[in-house]
Design a protein around this ligand. Structure first.
Ligand code: FAD
Length: 458
């Protein structure tokens, strides 16, 4: 009697791309058609674009952590852990579980969506002293750290220490860094009213970027508008400048300025997950090279998408254009990738990914925002309404929508209590503590491990 086994689909990463892909597979595939497994370090999908609002206390962390197990229709098997290497010839993914066990997970079709990590450079002191804004923990820690600086400055009798604790540096003039600086500046601006001993004039936020313009994707005019808003609010924006070195109490800029500060928030771009390098397939700037159907040439039955893959941007119509690393693309790629996985199983033709960029929305905190939906330039309240409306609609579950809307309403009416939770009191919580970039195996280590494992099984 012939034993018919179901194809095993393994999805790595539960972010925008991975979750959209899995949900569509669950909806469109019959339970007997394939087994779907998801590898995810956390039990939620993080709605990253609203992370600056968690750091600034407008939203609670739970409101942007969307459960992977909300509904009984979610029948995917979830392995809690991270993939640390793939042997694409043997079709095995090596996973480190959250309890640090290593398991070899075989697959027939692999969908890689591990996203990106914060891009760092070889700057003395950077990974030991800078903080990121890429995970829920980082946002919560940054918030605590900023409030802690106010508390310590308030308690200090030393004017130099006070001044250093009240200077904050954000690196990265893209939308993530700009929103982070703007939202956190509002936090300290509002919080200082609760510290009558502190001189509000001592609080200084710096936003620096090596590029000559803020958020170039907004266009020149709107970029200038955003710059004007930030400068009016007292944020010192320095363009064409980066960081030369960092210590726990000082940040030195490349133009020679030395800023006494205990806070450096690093949001200067992202790099594809190091997982992509473990397959030995072609990569471009770390992102896996794929065709428009999101298949990786040379790696049979491997699909890659989201921030981790260089998916051709067919809507742009330019030779060699690839989709930018945005949630907007990752979500839509997830759906098309699921359809292509199903087509592959059913021996049907695959379809290319095509999506015309809808534009950008930037919430600068309070009533300030700039947006460019479908090429229409907006600022102020209309831009804020578009920004919030867009994010609200994009939240995947009804309960997340309700939580976020309630948080926005509560914050507008009652403001923030600036509570420091103290979780980070004795934990460093810097870049090197949250991005496990040294956890991955080399292609040789993976092959050796899988071969050893297969010999034992034989
Ligand atoms: C502060 C901030 C603001 C942003 N604002 C916007 C915005 O306004 N608009 C917009 O379009 N985009 C925005 N982005 C970018 C957007 O969030 C990303 O482009 C998007 O999240 C990419 O989706 P993804 O599925 O590829 O990766 P992610 O959503 O990052 O998901 C990757 C998932 O894989 C998991 N993972 C990582 N490594 C492994 C592994 N080895 N094994 C298993 N799982 C793994 C991660 O924990 C994560 O859950 C913002 C990003 C940040 C940081």
């Amino acid at each position: 009697m012939a034993i018919v086994t179901r194809p095993r689909i393994l999805v790595v990463g539960a972010g925008f791309a991975g979750v959209e892909c899995v949900r569509r597979l669950e909806r469109k595939l019959g339970p007997d058609e394939a087994d779907v497994t998801l590898v995810a370090p956390f039990s939620y999908q993080l709605y990253l674009p609203l992370l600056p609002q968690v750091a600034s206390g407008v939203l609670t962390p739970q409101s942007i952590a969307l459960s992977l197990r909300r509904s009984s229709r979610y029948r995917t098997r979830i392995i809690p852990g991270g993939a640390i290497g793939v042997d694409s010839k043997a079709k095995v993914c090596v996973i480190r579980t959250v309890t640090d066990e290593l398991i070899d997970e075989p697959y027939d079709i692999l969908v890689l969506t591990p996203g990106s990590v914060t891009r760092t450079f070889d700057i003395p002191g950077l990974t030991d002293n800078a903080r990121g804004m890429k995970t829920l923990a980082e946002a919560a820690y940054v918030r605590d750290h900023v409030i802690q600086q106010l508390d310590l400055a308030d308690a200090s009798q030393d004017p130099a220490e006070r001044a250093a604790r009240l200077q904050f540096v954000v690196v990265g003039g893209g939308y993530a860094g700009t929103e982070t600086a703007a939202c956190l500046q509002r936090l300290t601006h509002n919080a200082v009213k609760r510290y009558p001993r502190l001189d509000p004039g001592l609080i200084k936020w710096h936003l620096i970027d090596i590029a000559p313009r803020l958020m170039p994707e907004l266009g020149e005019k709107l970029g200038e508008t955003a710059l004007g808003i930030l400068r009016r609010r007292g944020i010192e924006v320095s363009l064409g400048v980066s960081v030369a070195k960092v210590s726990p109490t000082e940040v030195t800029f490349t133009d020679g300025r030395v800023v006494p500060s205990h806070t450096l928030i690093w949001t200067a771009g992202v790099a594809a997950s190091p997982l992509m390098a473990t397959l030995g397939c072609e990569t471009s700037r770390g992102r896996m090279v794929v065709d428009a159907e999101m298949k990786a040439p040379g790696c049979p039955d491997v699909f890659a998408l989201g921030d981790a893959a260089a998916v051709p941007d067919l809507a742009k119509g330019e030779e060699g254009a690839v989709c930018p690393p945005t949630a907007q693309h990752a979500m839509r790629q997830g759906k098309v990738a699921a359809d292509n996985v199903i087509a592959r199983i059913r021996n049907q033709p695959l379809r290319p990914y095509v999506h015309k960029d809808l534009g950008l929305v930037v919430d600068l905190g309070g009533k300030d925002a700039v947006s460019r939906p479908l090429g229409v330039e907006m600022k102020g309240l209309p831009a804020l309404a578009v920004a919030r409306g867009y994010h609200w609609m994009a939240l995947r579950t009804g309960v997340a929508k309700a939580r976020v809307a309630t948080n926005w309403a509560l914050n507008a009416v009652a403001g923030d209590d600036f509570v420091r939770t103290g979780f980070q009191a004795r934990k460093p919580a810097t870049l090197k503590d949250f991005e496990y970039t040294d956890a991955y195996l080399s292609p040789e280590q993976i092959r050796e491990r899988v071969e050893r494992h297969q010999l034992r099984e034989a």
